[in-house]
Design a protein. Structure first.
Length: 450
């Protein structure tokens, strides 16, 4: 902050002249002249728009609008860098990454600064566009009275749909839609009924689940038969029945999910009964530890997986999340923005593996690639969130599916100077890497928020 020695004499002379002009009645014009020719920060004589000694601008403002502009400039260099970086990031990501790695730094915003700013902006946008989704997450039925009322509402809705279906036997669009809606409501009904049974301490028996499985298998067989009949009709008049076959396959999918659900419940109850019987036999017959360990080797892999998922720690975490949804959601939003920078180090080892035989690329290069790629994804997710908020779901879905791989391919090919095939297979691998990194990040945020 001090005055450089080489300019000390000139500064002292300027101050003396200023004082003399003041004494001689130089007036306001003389004072303004001094302000224009001397740096207000260090006092050095200005030789242009900026001080050669400290770098401060020679123009001194006193307006709130300019203050806001100065904040943006300090954070993001909006005057020049951002308007070059963001278009390049969207349309020429490979060139942007390559030039920054090769040393063209002054022209572009730093990838880390850009990523941190866009992460902040993205969560700011999410706070306005995701309110309805948060409401659905926080909406819960905890008390027995609420669950009973919700079950009654669902039963009434299902009954109304079934009445409408009985009145209309056609295979129209509305009829298929009603059947799909019925299956969705039945799935909600089963979940609520299981919750109510758990509260009452009267869960369904094995025989009841077996009966429901038998009914579900009969329904599945009937739907498959109807689908086969529709396929035969396609041969006679394809245009009239292709859409019906597609809809019928949706119904078959729902029925298959029902069968899987009941089989899973039956398998779990059979395992519990088997473990209970084994425990009773051990306690009554006084079997040795050796025989107990020998019988334990017959436990299936599926049972071992269930034991892991039913661990006390995991059960405790899930129970805490269910009982504190609002707090957990708040902590997840806070942690998601606070720990977003971890996405880069999580993905770095995988990026290194993609180029492990290309020694000319170092970790810094992969970090720049990762940060710019994540910055683009932030822009894309903000656009998708805004479009979804205004019910442009189809457009947002297309953007989510097709834009990331195209952008990854373009960035890989330009940044690492790859051929078409080399960039193509690395794009496929990078999509898996992105999914894995995001899964690890979500798991970490969930654990930290529980």
């Amino acid at each position: 902050m001090g005055i450089e020695l080489s300019g000390a004499g000139e500064t002292l002379a300027a101050i003396v002249v200023s004082d003399e002009l003041s004494k001689d009645g130089g007036g306001n014009g003389s004072q303004e002249k001094v302000k224009e020719t001397n740096c207000a920060n260090c006092g050095a004589t200005l030789q242009g728009k900026y001080c050669h000694a400290c770098g401060q601008s020679g123009h001194i403002h006193r307006s709130l609008l300019h203050m806001f502009e100065e904040v943006l400039h300090g954070l993001f260099h909006f005057d020049t860098k951002a308007w070059r970086t963001i278009p390049a990031l969207i349309f020429r990501p490979g060139k942007l990454t390559k030039e920054y790695i090769e040393g063209k730094r002054t022209s572009y915003v730093s990838p880390l600064a850009l990523f941190l700013f866009l992460i902040f902006l993205m969560f700011f946008v999410f706070s306005f566009t995701a309110k309805e989704m948060e409401g659905d997450i926080l909406k819960t039925t905890n008390t027995r009275e609420e669950i009973v009322q919700e079950i009654a509402n669902l039963n009434a809705a299902i009954g109304k749909i079934e009445t409408n279906q009985a009145d209309s036997k056609d295979q129209s669009e509305s009829s298929f839609q009603q059947q799909i809606e019925t299956y969705e409501k039945q799935s909600e009904l089963r979940a609520l009924q299981d919750k109510l049974d758990k509260i009452d301490g009267k869960p369904k028996t094995l025989a009841q689940y077996q009966q429901e499985l038998s009914t579900a298998e009969e329904r599945l067989a009937k739907l498959k038969q109807e689908k086969d009949e529709l396929k035969k009709k396609i041969e006679d008049s394809p245009g009239d029945h292709i859409s019906n076959v597609i809809k019928q396959e949706q119904l078959v999918g729902f029925a298959e999910n029902d069968v899987k659900y009941f089989k899973k419940k039956i398998s779990k109850l059979e395992k519990e009964n088997k473990d209970k019987t084994k425990s009773e036999n051990i306690s009554t017959s006084g079997k040795s530890v050796a025989s107990t360990s020998a019988s334990a080797t017959n436990v299936s892999i599926e049972s071992e997986i269930e034991e892991v998922t039913d661990s006390p720690w995991l059960k405790s975490m899930v129970s805490h999340i269910e009982s504190n949804k609002e707090l957990t959601l708040y902590k997840m939003k806070k942690n998601a923005s606070s720990y977003a920078f971890l996405l880069m180090p999580i993905s770095l080892p995988f990026l290194w593996l993609l180029f492990m035989f290309r020694r000319q690329y170092v970790m810094f290069d992969h970090a720049v690639f990762s940060l710019y790629s994540l910055s683009f994804m932030c822009i894309l997710l903000m656009l998708i969130a805004i479009l979804s908020r205004f019910d442009f779901v189809a457009i947002s879905s297309l953007l989510f599916v097709f834009v990331p791989p195209i952008h990854m391919f373009s960035q890989l090919r330009g940044a690492y100077q790859l051929g078409f095939l080399a960039a193509f297979w690395r794009t496929i691998a990078l999509l898996f890497i992105a999914a894995l990194s995001l899964s690890l990040y979500v798991a970490l945020i969930t654990v930290l928020s529980a």
